[in-house]
Each structure stands twice: as structure tokens, then as C-alpha cells.
Design a protein around this ligand. Structure first.
Ligand SMILES: [Zn+2]
Length: 74
């Protein structure tokens, strides 16, 4: 039996609404997205979902340094 250990909400077939679906395969398309190919056992439909990791761009670091310059010399 297919048991995928990674957390994943159970998909439903977009055609018939059945929950009798299982992952045929999955493929990482880039650093943050994984595409799953699902197979519906009820109506034999196949569909693809894209799972994103839900993370924001990790490269953004907050710059909180005060940027006003106190160069006004009187
Ligand atoms: Zn179906």
C-alpha cells in the first residue's frame, strides 16, 4: 500500500469528488514546489496538484538599522 510519510492533506478528485485517490508519483519542480500526480480509483481520473512549501523568500532579511542621517551640523 502506498503510504507517504510526509504531511499532506488528502486530496479529492476534482471530477467526481471522491477521496479514493492516491499519489502516482511526485516530482520536485523547483526548490519550493512539488507536483503530485494523483490517480482517482473511482473514475480513473488523473490530476496534478502543486504543493508549495509555504515559505516566504528566505533571502529577505529585515534591515532595521536607522537610516536617517544626523549630519545636520549647526
Ligand atoms: Zn474521480
Amino acid at each position: 500500500m502506498a503510504s507517504i510519510s510526509r504531511p499532506h492533506h488528502h486530496e479529492k478528485c476534482p471530477r467526481c469528488g471522491s477521496a479514493l485517490v492516491s499519489i502516482e508519483w511526485d516530482e520536485r519542480v523547483n526548490a519550493r514546489e512539488v507536483q503530485d500526480l494523483w490517480h482517482c480509483w473511482n473514475c480513473k481520473n488523473e490530476f496534478v496538484t502543486t504543493v508549495t512549501s509555504g515559505e516566504k523568500e528566505p533571502s529577505v532579511t529585515e534591515i532595521t538599522a536607522p537610516f536617517f542621517t544626523s549630519l545636520l551640523v549647526e
